[in-house]
Structure formats: C-alpha cells, structure tokens
Write a protein that binds this ligand. Structure first.
Ligand code: GMT
Length: 374
C-alpha cells in the first residue's frame, strides 16, 4: 500500500503513535509518506520505504496568520497524486482531517481519508465553539475514523451528537524495545540517584492539563519519607512553574530536569514509579510505555487511563488533585519492593497481551483494506 501520514511533529503522544505506525508499516514493505511541517518527533534514522515531504508555508506580510493548513492540504494533494497514494491517514482531527478532505476534493475523490482521534482534538480543541462544527464535519467526512480508547469513542459520539462507526484501535508499544532495566542500565541509574535513593519519573509536555505542579507536590511529600530523586522528562509551557514549585518546596536539589528525550527506552526503565497527574487523558501512551518497562504507575483515574491501568494490579488510579492519595500510593510502591515487582510484571504482561505493536498495527492495515475495498 502507498500511505500518506500526517501528524503533529512536536512532542506528544499522537505524533509518536503516528510515527511508529508509519515506521512499522514501512518495515512491512508498505510505502509510507509523512506529509508534515517538520520531520516528526522520534522519526529516527533513515529507513527504507519511508519518505518525508515538508510543507512550506508562504510568509506574506499582508497575512496576519500564515495559511498553513491550506499549504498542508495542497501538499497532501500534490504528494498523493505524484506518489499514487492510496490513502491519507491523519492523526488529530483538527485541522488535519479537514486538510485531508480538501485534498480528497481536489483530487476528485481519488484518495481515501482516515482520521485517528487522539484526545484533545475532541475534548479541548474540537469542543471549542469556534471549531465544533468544522470538527464534526471533519469527522463525518472521513472515510473511516478511529479512536485510541473506548472512552474517547464514546466521548466523541456524545460531544458531537454523532451516530457513526468509530473503531477503537488502542495505542501500542514495542515491548521488545521498551523493556525492563538490564544489567548495563544500572550504571546509568547511578548517574541520577544513589543506590539507596528511589526514582520517581514524570514524562509529559508540561501543559496545564498535566497538572505538573501536583507532581512536584507529591514528590515533596514522598521525599519526606523515602530518599528519592525526581526525573522530569519533556518540555512545555509549565516547566518554569514546575521549577519554581520545586524551589518553593525545597526539592530542586533532588530534581533532574532532562528536557525532551527521544530515546525514552533508555530512561523509562530507570524509574521505580511513573507518576502522572493529568486532569484528562484519552489514553496516555507514556503510561503504557512505563508498563512495558515493568515500571509501576501512579496516575489519575480519568478518561482512557482506566482502560490502560488496572487499579491495584499494574499500578494505582487516584482522583485528580488528590495529593494525599497519590503520595501514599507512590510511597507504598517505593517502600515495598515485592509489591513494586508484582505491579511491574503485571503491567508488562498487560502491555504484551493487549497493546503489543505487532498485534495493533495489523488492525490499522485491515481498516485500510476495508476502506479501499469499500
Ligand atoms: O496531551 C498530550 O499528551 C498530547 C496529546 C497528543 O495529541 O499528542 O496526547 C493525546 O494523544 C495521545 C496518543 O494517542 C494519548 O496517549 C493522550 O492521552 C492524549 N492526551 C490527552 O487526551 C490529554
């Protein structure tokens, strides 16, 4: 198959899923064309069957805002025609689904479009009154729509008052790449923490929705009881507030701020617990990645996280903003090695059984085949 993929190239789960899907499809011999503003995050090194088409945007002084989405739609049509693409698979409804629809119209319908909904495209951006109707139109005009969790499927149907098929294809992980800490990883661990110290890790794009200050507050409580280090991975608008909070709570000297990291498989296994305090998650890829590394997770009990984490079996789910509950669960894990081990192994097993890349990617392929046959 000849597949066009568009995603947000910046740091974020949807871009990672789209990129890893594309690379996996290319590995299976399909021709994969990424059409985006910049090369996606985790794009990695050169691989056969993978092509990148950069969208260039006109910068004209009369325009208050650059017509980026029109340039993207035009590029989608151009690449589709030149490379004889069978379909355009866009990740994140707004505005990519509309761009794909426009490209489809430009080509007289000679290409199929598939939209994967990731979360905030529905819960935040798409639900905004200024974009609600166009998001609804985008969803209904796609040849097929997928959502990354049952929660997101239901939320989309309710939010937009729709009665259309949306297939749930969950996020996936390569459990061979994201795996528990090996012997050589231990020296890397020593770089961040002394042997008697535990590692609490948080990975996100540091937007307000992630409630990152809660991470610092939980860590401050934890560190009063257990010697520990906090590893913060990722970058985003709230990082400076996080640093200020870490200063205020006098835990800055125990906090590592590592910024954006591509090779997450080298860092995640170092964690004794992954802490995620989000107000909303439609899935949480990073939680799945932690489970794959046999790292227990303490997260909020929102949205699709409840489809990923089994409370008390692979980690713990606590109410949003409940610093006491989150801290006490982190502490339980850090103080009880047997419990940590059991939760970690159960998480890895769950990742292997339900979310393994080699099981999920073929589901996208079957959908492509169905759409092309229809
Ligand atoms: O908010 C983020 O973490 C970024 C966002 C994105 O578009 O990349 O993440 C969404 O998509 C991820 C991949 O499907 C999901 O794992 C995240 O849960 C989802 N974020 C939210 O729903 C807030």
């Amino acid at each position: 198959m000849r597949i066009g993929i568009t995603c947000y190239p910046a740091h974020g789960g949807s871009g990672v899923v789209a990129t890893e899907l594309g690379l996996a499809l290319a590995g299976d011999g399909h021709s994969v064309h990424f059409i985006a503003y910049t090369a996606p995050f985790r794009f990695g090194v050169y691989q056969d069957n993978v092509y990148f088409h950069e969208v260039s945007i006109i910068d004209y002084p009369v325009f208050h805002h650059q017509p980026a989405t029109l340039s993207l739609a035009a590029k989608m049509a151009e690449v589709s025609q030149r490379e004889h693409l069978d379909l355009l698979h866009v990740h994140y409804a707004v505005p990519y689904s509309i761009c794909a629809h426009l490209a489809q119209e430009m080509l007289g319908g000679r290409i199929k479009t598939i939209t994967t909904l990731h979360g905030t495209d529905i819960t935040l951006v798409g639900a905004d009154p200024s974009l609600r109707e166009i998001t609804r139109f985008a969803i209904t005009s796609s040849d097929a729509v997928t959502a990354v969790s049952e929660y997101l499927r239901r939320r989309t149907l309710t939010e937009f008052d729709l009665d259309i098929p949306i297939e749930v294809i969950p996020n996936f992980v390569d459990t061979a790449r994201l795996k528990p800490l090996g012997r050589c990883g231990r020296s890397c661990r020593d770089h961040f923490a002394r042997p008697e110290e535990k590692i609490v890790m948080h990975i996100s794009n540091f937007r307000s929705l992630k409630r990152c200050l809660d991470v610092v507050r939980v860590f401050a409580q934890v560190r009063r009881v257990v010697p520990a280090k906090l590893l913060l991975i990722g970058s985003g608008p709230e990082l400076s507030l996080v640093k200020a909070e870490a200063d205020r709570l006098a835990v800055m000297d125990s906090t590592w701020i590592l910024g954006r990291q591509e090779a997450i498989e080298n860092l995640l296994p170092l964690a004794d617990v992954l802490l995620l305090t989000s107000q909303m998650e439609s899935f949480s890829l990073v939680t799945l990645e932690a489970m794959s590394c046999a790292v227990p997770t303490v997260t909020t009990d929102v949205g699709g996280l409840k489809d990923v984490v089994l409370d008390g079996e692979t980690g713990f789910l606590d109410p949003v903003g409940d610093i006491e509950a989150l801290s006490s669960h982190v502490l339980r894990i850090l103080k009880d090695e047997d419990l940590a081990h059991t939760l970690g192994l159960a998480g890895r097993r769950r990742a292997q059984q339900l979310f393994e890349q080699s099981q999920i990617v073929p589901r996208y392929l079957s959908l492509y085949e169905k759409v092309l046959a229809g």
